[in-house]
Ligand binder design. Structure first.
Ligand SMILES: C[S@@+](CC[C@H](N)C(=O)[O-])C[C@H]1O[C@@H](n2cnc3c(N)ncnc32)[C@H](O)[C@@H]1O
Length: 367
């Protein structure tokens, strides 16, 4: 198995002493409580308060400033000592924020992940066992009766939808500026299919970056409607068209109404599908490609991350797909994706790594 160096170091050898390993085991056993207590330390503003204080604060001072009961503050502060997000000075009994607490407050990825896990995943993950056994997103029933989350995306409760979109966009947005340079400066692209184009964020950036390109967004009808509302009146919107399509339907072909496209763009799209579905979608993409068409697959491959916490986020995200999204997709290892690309009759010309928060772009051509 091919792993980038920092991940390999951690995943191939034991990291902990026996005592540390035992603590880690307990940390896992108490995971839901660790998560909720910490989320509330953020939500109630206690971590922020501690960060802003020069010499730390006593429990009584926190009670006074936050306005929660003494009992609530005491429970949260003592739990946070054990979790490791706050420290205490035993001479003065003053609490201060730890490095981990600081990251929770200041690391944008952590904030997005906490909201995503609370709003989208928390209740549904209770059904992970059934989801793994049955291969369907059993946890999605907390939100509605759709076969996958994508049919329900536009009608999720507002806060859930915001957390989902913030999570999705957080990762892809961070790579778009570097990706534009790759797609438009390295390749000749005047027509582009944005497959799974969602709210049209990438399409708007394409028409802003290149004055000639015509973009067709292929997505489910609900998302095409959402996209059209989102792009109205924005610069270049007249060069963005929507095409409703359900690519899970094996009989559905990619459109050809604008001739052979120069580029097919799939950003954080193939991770929404099982291995078999990916081969089916890529094979149908191939039917619409000419020999000069490039197919760009932008994905977060867990094995190609520079830093291990990113790989951690991705292998955990796979289980969101299992329990909530569709029951059968995941964040892929790049070797698995390479195999699926070849099975679909395409070849990989090159791979760009290290965009934004850790995207790679596989550039594929038809054989
Ligand atoms: C994870 S989002 C990626 C959005 C965007 N490309 C990005 O990089 O942020 C996946 C997109 O694929 C679309 N999608 C999921 N299943 C689909 C299907 N069966 N047919 C067409 N589009 C689908 C979803 O509606 C969603 O817009």
């Amino acid at each position: 198995m091919h792993l980038f160096p920092n991940i390999e170091k951690r995943y191939t050898s034991e990291q902990f002493s026996a005592r540390e390993a035992q603590r880690q085991a307990e940390f896992i056993a108490w995971g839901p409580i660790v998560f909720q207590a910490t989320r509330l330390m953020l939500k109630f503003g206690i971590l922020q308060l501690l960060r802003d204080s020069d010499n730390g604060l006593t429990e009584a001072e926190v009670v006074e400033k936050i306005g929660l009961s003494r009992y609530a503050v005491k429970c949260l502060l003592e739990a946070s000592l054990s979790i490791g997000t706050v420290l205490i000075d035993t001479q003065t009994d003053r609490y201060s924020i730890s490095k981990t607490g600081w990251f929770l407050l200041n690391d944008p990825a952590t904030k997005v992940n906490i909201d995503f896990n609370h709003d989208v995943n928390y209740l549904g993950l209770f059904h992970l066992e059934e989801a793994l056994l049955e291969g369907r997103p059993v946890g999605l029933k907390h939100f509605g009766d759709w076969p996958t989350i994508y049919e329900g995306l536009s009608s999720l409760p507002r806060q859930v939808q915001d957390s989902w979109l913030n999570f999705d966009h957080f990762y892809s947005d961070s790579s778009f500026s570097e990706a534009l340079k790759i797609v438009f400066d390295q390749y000749h692209v005047r027509s582009l299919y944005d497959v799974g184009g969602n709210t049209g964020k990438w399409a708007l950036q394409c028409v802003g970056y290149n004055k000639d390109v015509e973009v067709t967004i292929l997505d489910l009808p609900q998302q095409i409607e959402m996209m059209q509302r989102n792009i109205i009146g924005k610069p270049g919107a007249d060069r963005i068209k929507g095409h409703s399509i359900n690519l899970l339907d094996k009989g559905v072909r990619f459109p050809r109404h604008r001739g052979i496209p120069d580029a097919i763009w799939m950003s954080q799209f193939l991770d929404c599908f099982s291995a078999e579905e990916i081969v089916s979608i890529l094979s149908r993409a191939k039917q619409t490609m000419g020999y000069d068409t490039h197919l760009f697959i932008m994905e977060l491959f867990w094995n190609r991350q520079r830093f291990e916490p990113a790989a951690f986020c991705l292998t955990m995200t796979s289980l969101y797909f299992t329990a909530i999204a569709n029951g059968n997709s995941k964040m892929y290892h790049s070797d698995d994706m390479k195999r699926l690309v070849r099975e679909a009759g395409l070849e990989i010309e090159t791979i760009y790594d290290g965009l934004g928060w850790g995207h790679s772009i596989m550039v594929c051509k038809t054989i």
